[in-house]
Design a protein around this ligand. Structure first.
Ligand code: GDP
Ligand code: MG
Length: 580
């Protein structure tokens, strides 16, 4: 192997623009996989079952292809990047293993928000970009118009654009040729001290964590003892190979090569994306720019029945074992007993849990120090001149939305009602009449987008808006704590709830009402009427009444647990539930 015959690249594309289909065509064209029978639509690189079940491509998958150009056998390593908006950081790291990228745009849809942000990451990293227009077979394809859009958005030279149909295979051979012609080979030496770049990882039930590495310098073999620059932990390589896309064991990996290693790493959280591995006893400087991923959204989860805690903890631990974007911590509450606090890298995992339960880290500025709190119970009860707290800051993101012009007003309104600031907009393609699309950018609190923002964005733009965001630090904010006490009832109703809520003052009323409405629906009815109120400080901001139950209804609703619950509610002797 020499580096000259290697190309490392990835595909940058918005969801549904055809990344997986193109990857499959490339694998077929190079003979890496057999051409599929007509009508069979299973995508090779999306094969992970978990992914299917969850319906999203979180796990990046990578494949090495062999192809002969000018009589010489080349190795083309396709490095797959996570496709989701929350993983900008990981995308950035996996791009660091590449020297080039295909910028794939759907010729009927045009440029979308996520494509732009990943493009900027790729450009900053100095990657060679190959612009590709896909789906030119579609009647709705407008290659000229979208090419002009790419020119104005990315500065693409229209003559560089390769027009393809990943579906029919048309033009895909040109893509293959361009990968070899336009993307520079990686550089590295076999004689230098071992330096391997960890750009992805996956979890295997039997072997533990499998890390994907791009070898910079040196030769990596089975039995080698390696260490992580970030954690300094030591490991021994038990398994090594390339992905084709199935694992193929090899005796060694050489500079420029991309492959997998198993090295008795037990938890996914040990594999830090962007970390550098070196040979034990021969430390190297880590690859620049590494910072460990940190959770940006938190949620507290408690079991309905406290005796279920071990089960809950076990299942959550299993999740964290295989999914490095989730971190867990034990938490205990006087009302709820033992529970767990989950940290997430972004908004992705929240889909199936009610979003008002989530919590972002706040920065509390005291007179003499700054403290970050990731748990509602640590948030100061009062923020005023008498307390030592000078100011509270919340995390904000820089958001960009791309939308057809006709939805511009709706999007502006959406942004305003979610406390957006520094709103700016520009036309992506000037002068094309009714089809014009606008890119709107703004600074918006993270807490605003972890709630219903994404759903509203989609519904208020008839699904046409695309959205992306990146972290943009902290900003002072007018926040209030709404302490909430009827935990017992939340937990009885099979809900997991935060221990308290922190809301922006402008949302106090709305959120109070929302919670009270929720509670009325989920709290088991009692023998008597129960008023449910929400309060901030001494001010009651919302109130509903839970009517008394009729025996027949309750039995149906709460099944076998009703006795236990009734008994419990008597024990704590409630006649009024107050959210204060
Ligand atoms: P990904 O989300 O970027 O991985 O997109 P996929 O590869 O899953 O493609 C999304 C959809 O577009 C699928 O239904 C594909 O069959 C379809 N598709 C991909 N490429 C083409 C193409 O060139 N022409 C047409 N007509 N459809 C395509
Ligand atoms: Mg895909």
């Amino acid at each position: 192997f020499t580096c000259d015959l290697i190309r490392n690249f990835s595909i940058i594309a918005h969801i549904d623009h055809g990344k997986s289909t193109l990857a499959d065509r490339l694998l077929e064209l190079t003979g890496t996989i057999k051409k599929k029978e007509v009508g069979k639509n299973e995508q090779v690189l999306d094969k992970l079952k978990v992914e299917r079940e969850r319906g999203i491509t979180v796990k990046a998958q990578t494949a090495s292809m062999m192809h002969s150009f000018g009589g010489k056998q080349h190795v083309l390593n396709l490095i797959d990047t996570p496709g989701h908006v929350d993983f900008a950081w990981e995308v950035s790291r996996s791009l660091a293993a590449c020297q080039g990228a295909l910028l794939l745009v759907d010729a009927s849809q045009g440029v979308q928000a996520q494509t732009i942000s990943v493009f900027h990451i790729a450009q900053e990293r100095g990657l060679k970009i190959i612009p590709v227009l896909n789906k030119i077979d579609l009647p709705a394809a407008q290659p000229e118009r979208i090419a002009a859009q790419m020119q104005s958005t990315f500065g693409t030279d229209p003559t560089d654009i390769i027009q393809i149909s990943a579906k029919t295979g048309r033009g895909v051979d040109q893509v293959l040729q361009a990968i070899v012609d336009r993307i520079p080979p990686p550089s590295g030496t076999t004689t230098g001290p071992l330096k391997a770049f960890l750009f992805d990882s996956m979890y295997d039930r039997y072997r533990g964590v499998i890390s994907l590495v791009a070898l910079q310098d040196g030769i990596l073999k089975k039995g080698d003892r390696i260490a992580s620059c970030h954690t300094k932990k030591k490991y021994e390589i038990t398994d090594i190979g390339i992905l084709n896309p199935e694992e193929i064991p090899v005796t060694s990996l050489h500079p420029g090569q991309v492959g997998y290693i198993a090295c008795n790493m037990k938890e996914s959280s040990e594999a830090h994306i962007g970390d550098t591995l070196y040979r034990v006893g021969a430390p190297v400087d880590p690859m620049p720019g590494f910072k460990p991923a940190k959770a940006m959204v938190y949620a507290g989860i408690f079991p309905i029945d406290t005796s279920d805690f071990p089960k809950l903890e076990e299942s959550i631990k299993r999740l964290a074992l295989t999914d490095r974007s989730v971190t867990i911590q034990r938490e205990s509450s006087t009302a709820l007993g033992q529970g767990c606090r989950l940290g997430f890298l972004g908004t992705l995992h929240m889909d199936d849990v009610s979003s008002s339960l989530f919590w972002v880290p706040y920065k509390i500025v005291y007179k003499d120090k700054e403290v970050y709190v990731s748990n509602p119970t640590e948030f100061p009860d009062a923020i005023d001149v008498s307390s030592k707290v000078k100011e509270v800051q919340e995390p904000v993101v820089k958001a960009s939305i791309i939308v057809p012009e006709e939805y511009f007003g709706e999007m502006m309104d959406l942004c305003f009602t979610h406390r957006a600031e520094e709103l700016e907009h520009k036309y992506l393609d000037a002068g094309t009449g009714t089809e014009s699309r606008i890119m709107l950018t703004c600074v918006i609190p993270l807490s605003e987008i972890v709630t219903d923002f994404f759903d509203q964005l989609k519904s208020r733009s008839s699904g046409f808006a695309s959205f992306d965001y990146e972290e943009a630090g902290y900003k002072p904010s007018n926040l209030a704590k709404v302490p909430s006490f009827p935990w017992y009832f939340f937990s009885m109703a099979n809900l997991s709830m935060p221990l308290a809520l922190v809301v922006h003052r402008s949302h106090e009323d709305a959120i109070g009402k929302l919670w009270v409405k929720k509670l009325v629906k989920v709290i088991p009815r009692q023998m008597f009427e129960v008023p449910i109120q929400a309060a901030v400080g001494k001010k009651i901001i919302a109130r509903e009444t839970l009517s008394a139950y009729r025996a027949d209804v309750t039995a149906g609703l709460y099944g076998g647990h009703v006795e236990r619950k009734m008994k419990a509610s008597k024990e704590i002797g409630i006649d009024t539930l107050v959210l204060t």
